[in-house]
Structures are given as C-alpha cells and as structure tokens.
Design a binder for this molecule. Sequence first.
Ligand SMILES: [Zn+2]
Length: 326
Amino acid sequence: MGRRIARGRTTRPGRKALGRWLGLLGSAWLGAVCLGAPPLAAAPRPPAADLPPAADLPGLTPAALRVETIARRLLLDNAPHCTALAHDYGFKAAPSGPASWGAAIVMVWPDGPAAAAGLRPGDLVRAANAVPWSADTAERARFDAALAAAAADAHLVLEVERDGRRHMVALPGQPRCAATVRLSARPMVNAAAVASTIEIGAGLERLLADDAELAFTLAHEVAHVLLGHTVPSRRAALATREARGAAEQEADAFALRLMAAAGYDPGAAAGAWLKVADAARPPLHRLLDLHGPYLATAERAAFLTREAARLTVPIPPLLLAARRTR
Ligand SMILES: [Zn+2]
C-alpha cells in the first residue's frame, strides 16, 4: 500500500506559487517543456498494490505492471504541465501470440476510458483502428504497430470479442505526458532516462516496496525528461560536475511536485533515497560516501525532506482518527 497525501485542494497554484517555483528552478527552467508547477491535488486512484494476481497477467509480471501503474498515474496527473503529450486508453493488452487469436486485455485501470466503455480483462482485441489481428507474424506486426501508434492519436476504435460475439468500441484518449517507462530485466538498483524512455532496474523495484517510494524514483526520471535534461543536444551543457549536480537537484525538486500532483506523499522521497544510497553503492563507495554529481547522502536526504515539507498537505485530524480506529 502506498502512502498517499490527503486531498482537498483542487485549484492550481497562483502566480505567486508559480513564481516561487520558477525561482527555485532558476535559469535552467528556460527551454524546459513544462508549462507550470503541478498542483497539489489529484483524483483518487487505487494504489498499485491492488493489481490483479500474477496468474491473471499472461505475458506480464506483477512488477512490470506495478511500475506501469505508478508511472501512468504520474504521467496522467501531470499532463496539464507538459507540452509533449501522448494518449492513454486505460487498458493493457498482453503481447499477442499465434495461439491467442487476438490481443487479450489483461488490465483495465478503473479510472480510464476502457473501463468507462465497459471493457474487461479477458476481452480479446481483434482489430485496432481497422487493422485486424492476424496469426501471420508480419500481418500481426501491423496490428501491434496500430495499437502502439494510437498513443499519438486521441482516438482508438477497437473490435473486441467477448463470449464469441464481436463489437466495436470507440475510446477517447486521455492526454498524458509523453514518456515511456519500462521495467528492466536487469537486477540493477538504478534508473535511467534516455530521450523520453525511462528504464527502472528490477532491483530498484524490489527494493522500494512502498508505492510512494518507488514513485519518487520514477518521478525523478520523469522530471529529467520533462525538464529537457535528456535531450541529446543538451548533453554537452550538462557535461560538468556542477551542471550535472544542478540538474540532479532540479530533478529532485520537480519530482516532489510531480509526486504530490499524482497523490503520492513527497515525504517518502528522502527514505527512498537513503535505501537506494545504501543498496546501490559498493561498500567502499558507501564508506567514503562517494556521491558523484549528487549532494552527499545526508545532505540530499535533508534537501528532499525540506522541499517535501513545503509541499505536503496536512492530513485532516478527522481522517487520522478514522485511520487509527481501523
Ligand atoms: Zn537523476
């Protein structure tokens, strides 16, 4: 179960708050793709811990789906602040194989267009935007490409089979920030972003069992993408240790805003960082506290705690009392 912050504010921060935020980011904000500071409120969503059991996820692991669920929430809830957008339809189809006769839907997020249209796990997608599923490998690649290309459009029409009957379903795409997040098979306790693709090490996903803690590491990489740090032409500008350090601190501060806007407690960030600092470095690096372009371990944790405290909305006393009686 992830830690979530209490909600109640639905308005976006005013000019004053935005000015403070822009001041924090300094000149590096110029050229970034984000349009403003994310708000501190988000629509309630179930935690990633409520995912279906592994047996119901052919072709997917629960860990990969957990990463996707948390990333999806970050990208959807921060869409108003991104200029580069893609579209979400709120379902996940298993990779189609010759024995399946279609792409089986394995996950329908309860807050998305697919759920609103009545789609359910087990439904079989037979065609996507008029491109039919096929047992032929080359033909099926066209189908897979059509399904993937729908992320760039705002509209997806599926031909869906359930209980032997076929019907057409038109789904409106929900805008989300354009970034791809995937779980690596490698056991690294690390995450990296190249252009708009983010890869999370399997070791990192295992280490951070709390959704809010994992959300911090995902949000940090998403922040690098949204702030333009991963644009290849900016690589030279970030070559020095000082510039890298400034970019890392920007990404940390922005990640906390992304977390808060998506309903994750930014107060979880410092704890996540301390766990990663402990697990990701070899013993000698830990002993000498070698920290590359980042702030020293304790200093970075203090920075995250300080910044999170400025963002966290206090949980109303009545809600706390209700939690204690459960
Ligand atoms: Zn970073």
